[in-house]
Design a protein around this ligand. Structure first.
Ligand code: AP5
Ligand code: MG
Ligand code: ZN
Length: 207
């Protein structure tokens, strides 16, 4: 069983890598950020609650995201494992997760703050197929996979990015120690090329 958590600051590459590892290993990719953005788009009660927190770059209350993840990992496609991208993000979330499932590995994608601002301000995402790209590697206005118009996330402006980094440093960084103490932390160098990061994660998972 591979019950994986991907940790790392905003822009570290959690979503990029989770999508690749999901395709390689056939594990569902569960991003709380994507689930919340979809809820906002659909105007559900959870979406209405989450919007102001996300627009400011602050964390959505623990009970909201814990409920989402609890329901999601109970589904049949998670029977052989899953990749959690962006959850847990606080100690109470990590403790709640430990009550409902056994995490087998936490992959920490390590990158320093200044590079993250550059990565996030140039990020473009496809609202139709979920592709994530960057203006430095692709300059077109439309998705190279499906042709839909690419968009910039509402929280990818410099002021909000800086707040997200500070929230990460205060609230999420302690989870590195949490998983280290449990002997299941693997750190990979997130500065490398995207393909090399993927290879390092696959090696860690298969070791
Ligand atoms: P979420 O959507 O999870 O955002 P985040 O944590 O801020 O992380 P990002 O998605 O910005 O970064 P990433 O690591 O996925 O990077 P990516 O692969 O895209 O959360 C958004 C909000 O939702 C939160 O602020 C909060 O409000 C709420 N939320 C979500 N989960 C929550 C929770 N558990 N509790 C409470 N609230 C929660 O890559 C970034 C860019 O870099 C891309 O352009 C990419 O192409 C590029 N890139 C990636 N890897 C490389 C590389 N190796 N080299 C060069 N460029 C690269
Ligand atoms: Mg992401
Ligand atoms: Zn697309």
């Amino acid at each position: 069983m591979k019950n994986l958590v991907f940790l790392g600051p905003p822009g570290a590459g959690k979503g990029t890598q989770a999508a690749r590892i999901s395709a390689r290993l056939g594990l569902p990719h569960i991003s709380t950020g994507n689930i919340l953005r979809a809820a906002i788009k659909e105007g559900t009660p959870i979406g209405l609650k989450a919007k102001s927190y996300m627009d400011a770059g602050n964390l959505v209350p623990d009970e909201v995201v814990i409920g989402i993840v609890k329901d999601r990992i109970a589904k049949d496609d998670c029977a052989n494992g899953y990749i959690l991208d962006g959850f847990p993000r606080t100690l109470p979330q990590a403790e709640a997760l430990a009550q409902i499932t056994q995490i087998t590995m936490a992959v920490n994608i390590a990158v320093e703050d200044e590079l993250l601002v550059k990565r996030l301000s140039g990020r473009r995402v496809c609202p139709a197929c979920g592709l994530t790209t960057h203006v430095n590697s692709y300059s077109g206005a439309n998705c190279p996979t499906c042709g839909a118009a690419l968009i910039q996330r509402a929280d990818d402006n410099e002021a909000t990015i800086r707040n997200r980094l500070s929230v990460y440093n205060k609230q999420t960084q302690p989870l590195i120690d949490f998983y280290q103490q449990r002997g299941i932390l693997e750190t990979v160098d997130g500065y490398q090329d995207i393909d090399l990061v993927t290879d390092a994660i696959v090696r860690a998972i298969e070791a």
